[in-house]
Design a protein around this ligand. Structure first.
Ligand SMILES: NC(=O)c1ccc[n+]([C@@H]2O[C@H](COP(=O)([O-])OP(=O)(O)OC[C@H]3O[C@@H](n4cnc5c(N)ncnc54)[C@H](OP(=O)(O)O)[C@@H]3O)[C@@H](O)[C@H]2O)c1
Length: 280
């Protein structure tokens, strides 16, 4: 194994990540048997050394996850327009000793919607949350010309900041009050980008229990573990279509894989591996 064939995941913690299993299965499936994808747990204080270490060790590239997606920007030589616009990097590619940052969360999300037959350019959308995943998804929705995007966030100031940053007339911001949620309930597609619902059994719902969803509406939760969050369970009970974040995870991984290897990713294998790994 040459270091040129090594890929990794930088995060803290990373023990629950599905990425090593997905990527190693994909590398094997396309015949890149001398390649390997390794978990690289990196404490926040060490992020600069870790990023420079990728180059020093001759890695081909890496994924970046929580809490480093924004912090790595300062140490990269170049950013794609997408990573620049979102202000976050989830994929590093090392070419000619230069560190290039990209973000495949945004196109991965759109690819997942399209794969599921949705046409986001025709839908009004409510985004719940204004953190890292919300930024990627809002950027993706703007880039495909989505007609209306409402952003709801607990701290409205953070949603307002997104509006200022993206500076797009299709965006508007709201707090997380019942009135705001009622407005969001009139949208075609509702996307949870908060971390509420992440822990199975947690009582928190990023919504109002008395505001119903309806048939014809789609509720997308970026969370995939649990596979059916309380939000998705409520939406399903009220006849809305539901989608969890597993497809987005697989699609972002597939795009990163192609950037490093130049080969189309075996998406269905990656999806099967991720599903297997999540089974209790
Ligand atoms: N499927 C995928 O591929 C994928 C990709 C990326 C992320 N994710 C998932 O997306 C989720 C969010 O990640 P992130 O990186 O966007 O996180 P983040 O940057 O920390 O943002 C968290 C968001 O959740 C909101 N929030 C947290 N606790 C809340 C509460 N008690 N009540 C109301 N709002 C609350 C925050 O609101 P405030 O601003 O008011 O604090 C913020 O908008 C995570 O569960 C992550 O696993 C999935």
């Amino acid at each position: 194994v040459s270091a040129r064939n090594i890929l990794g995941l930088i995060g803290w913690p990373i023990s629950h990540s599905l990425s090593p299993a997905m990527h190693n299965a994909a590398l094997k499936a396309v015949g890149l048997s001398s390649w390997s994808y390794v978990g690289l747990p990196v404490e926040p204080e060490q992020i600069k050394e870790a990023v420079f270490g990728l180059r020093a060790l001759g890695f081909r590239g890496a994924n970046v996850t929580v809490p480093h997606k924004e912090a790595v920007l300062a140490f990269l030589d170049n950013l794609s327009p997408t990573a620049q616009a979102i202000g976050a990097v989830n994929t590093i590619i090392i070419e000619d000793n230069r560190l290039l940052g990209d973000n495949t969360d945004a196109p991965g999300f759109i690819n997942d919607l399209r794969e599921k037959g949705l046409k986001p350019e025709e839908l009004s959308v409510a985004v719940l949350g204004a953190g890292g995943s919300a930024r990627a998804i809002i950027h993706a929705l703007i880039s495909i010309n989505c007609p209306k995007i409402l952003i709801l966030n607990r701290s409205k100031e953070k949603a307002d900041n997104l509006i200022t940053n993206f500076n797009n007339p299709k965006l508007s911001s709201l707090d997380f009050s019942r009135d705001s949620i009622k407005r969001a309930a009139s949208c075609d597609l509702i996307i949870n980008c908060t971390s509420l619902g992440l822990k199975a059994g947690s009582e928190k719902l990023p919504w109002d229990k008395d505001v119903s969803f309806s048939k014809g509406q789609c509720v997308y939760d970026v969370i995939y573990n649990p596979a059916k969050s309380q939000l998705l369970a409520k939406a399903e009970a009220e006849d809305a279509r539901i989608i969890n974040g597993l497809g987005m995870l697989v699609q972002q991984a597939a795009l990163s894989f192609s950037m490093w290897t130049g080969i189309n990713a075996p998406i269905s294998i990656m999806k099967t591996v991720a599903e297997q790994a999540l089974k209790p």
